[in-house]
Design a protein around this ligand. Sequence first.
Ligand SMILES: Cc1ncc(C[n+]2csc(CCOP(=O)(O)OP(=O)(O)O)c2C)c(N)n1
Ligand SMILES: *[C@@H]1O[C@H](CO)[C@@H](O)[C@H](O)[C@H]1NC(C)=O
Ligand SMILES: *[C@@H]1O[C@H](CO)[C@@H](O)[C@H](O)[C@H]1NC(C)=O
Ligand SMILES: *[C@@H]1O[C@H](CO)[C@@H](O)[C@H](O)[C@H]1NC(C)=O
Ligand SMILES: *[C@@H]1O[C@H](CO)[C@@H](O)[C@H](O)[C@H]1NC(C)=O
Ligand SMILES: *[C@@H]1O[C@H](CO)[C@@H](O)[C@H](O)[C@H]1NC(C)=O
Ligand SMILES: [Mg+2]
Length: 551
Amino acid sequence: MSAFPEYLSELLYRYGVTAVFGIVGIPIVDLADAMISHGKVRFYGFRNEQAASYAASAYGYLTGKPGVLLVVGGPGVIHALAGAYNSISNKWPLIVLAGSSEDSNRGGFQELDQIALLSKYVKYSSRLNNSNVEESFYDALRQSVLGTPGVSYLDIPANVIDQKVENKKSFPVRHVTKAFYQPTDTALQRVSKLLNASRDKNILCVIGKGATDSAQQIRSFVDEFQLPFLPTPMAKGVVPDSHALNVSSARSLALKSADVVLVLGARLNWILHFGEAPKWKSDAIFIQIDTAAEELGHNNAKGTLFSLCGDIGATVTKLTSLLDGFSARGVPEPLQKRIHQNEERLRAKEHEPTPMLTYNKVYAAIRKQIVDKDTIIVSEGANTMDVARISFPTDYPKMRLDAGTNATMGVGLGYAIAAKVAHPQKNVVAIQGDSAFGFSGMELETASRYKLGMIVVVMNNSGIYHGENPESKSTPNTAPSTALSQGCRYDLVAEGLGCRGFLARTQAEVDDAFAAASKEAARGRPALINVIIEPGPSGKLSFGWQNKAKL
Ligand SMILES: Cc1ncc(C[n+]2csc(CCOP(=O)(O)OP(=O)(O)O)c2C)c(N)n1
Ligand SMILES: *[C@@H]1O[C@H](CO)[C@@H](O)[C@H](O)[C@H]1NC(C)=O
Ligand SMILES: *[C@@H]1O[C@H](CO)[C@@H](O)[C@H](O)[C@H]1NC(C)=O
Ligand SMILES: *[C@@H]1O[C@H](CO)[C@@H](O)[C@H](O)[C@H]1NC(C)=O
Ligand SMILES: *[C@@H]1O[C@H](CO)[C@@H](O)[C@H](O)[C@H]1NC(C)=O
Ligand SMILES: *[C@@H]1O[C@H](CO)[C@@H](O)[C@H](O)[C@H]1NC(C)=O
Ligand SMILES: [Mg+2]
């Protein structure tokens, strides 16, 4: 007989789980300790379940295997709702394991009916008992990755953790093989006819993060038919940004002039302006290609008529074979001109003389030092992220993570930790607004404890969106709600938590700090650079992509 915690560790390992994120407490501390003794299932203990849950969530996206989160019941589960929700809305695979009280409805320790709370939202939930562990784990795994990926929840009562389990020589590991759907020939022909008939019109290919696993096929498709393309922020690199058909730099004009739009693994939500005029032509036709049937026809005035449900790679490959002799127009002249103008404008902003540092100048300095193929960039904040999104082109998929479709502040450090755990050989740079950093800054200690060498750049404008006007003489009670303290030494906080801290006020200081931080990170020590930038003008607040035309 062996104890349940050892048995569970082995079960996780046999199913390919090598990293578990979370925070321990009674009774699940035994599970985490057993993983540590097991040696092949790494447990990463965080400071807040919210950050741990974002890490597990992003790990699922980066690796394609479900992220696994281990938390205590009651308040632990409540804090972990953040990451569970994040995985649900991003369609990323996640398995949540939580301790639970064996007393029901008696006011037990951390008692919460977690199954009732979560079952409405998750794809699968089960309460483990003496006889259903293997079955439940297999189902949790299967449901988290098959179909539309999402969240599975396993409730682990204390008495189950205390049980002895029969020693097993072999586990009946059942492999979960992804099923690939393909659209019908009729649907494919309808779309290929439309594309071929639109050869003299403006065709635009919008690439979303749902397409990141089909990079090869999409690259060939775009190349073969000379399709101008535009990635959503996290889908950068599916087709290299350096590709001549990349029209991101003239995003507004590209949207406005498109007649037929192929939407690969992206939602027609606010990030794509709901597919509506005036951002798009009112008679633009959207061809959605998605693995999730539920997305088809959403905010798409022409409905599902031209939508294709299926694996994105397989679908574009099939389309390729039906489109013999077809070619789109490449990047039309006016769009080329606009791309050129906007690129020049961006470069000018990076060089214009200003009394204090600006986002553009800091990013230009960092860009010079990073090696694209080796660097994962996480960015969050409002302006911090908006400008970062256009300042760091990449030629490789799944190298950009940010606040995403829900514009969620607080994901940054969890995402950065997940990136370093998933890809220890890569450099990880987290660029965070000073407000965004505050949501999970304590996790620097987590990164430092596990020697996850990464660079955190805090863009300090002493506020949410912008700092306070230096002339205003506000008191604590009259300061605007966006204001944060002016003297915050995030670099000293980092030092206190075991990281290296740097303060930078000029481009030369950013250069030096980043070079030194890279060396620290390579040795496994996280580093934070507190960059003082101009406080920025106050004005009407919005996310760059919400309504303004951004480059
Ligand atoms: C969970 C969550 N809480 C609050 C917000 C509202 N919000 C949007 S951006 C932002 C912070 C922006 O400030 P900062 O990170 O300093 O970036 P800056 O624009 O100043 O560069 C906040 C709090 C949010 N998006 N998500
Ligand atoms: C264990 O749970 C399963 C459902 O997952 C149930 O069918 C079974 O009866 C339970 N067994 C025990 C011993 O409670
Ligand atoms: C291509 O895309 C990125 C953004 O995704 C942009 O920053 C880059 O400069 C673009 N243009 C060119 C011509 O490389
Ligand atoms: C595409 O259209 C052209 C004429 O516009 C036609 O000659 C050709 O056969 C069509 N190709 C396909 C694959 O339908
Ligand atoms: C989060 O994003 C998803 C996908 O766009 C959307 O369905 C959901 O309503 C969003 N929720 C919030 C609170 O923004
Ligand atoms: C943060 O930046 C503001 C200017 O934007 C400055 O007033 C404040 O002192 C800075 N904080 C630090 C660490 O010095
Ligand atoms: Mg700020």
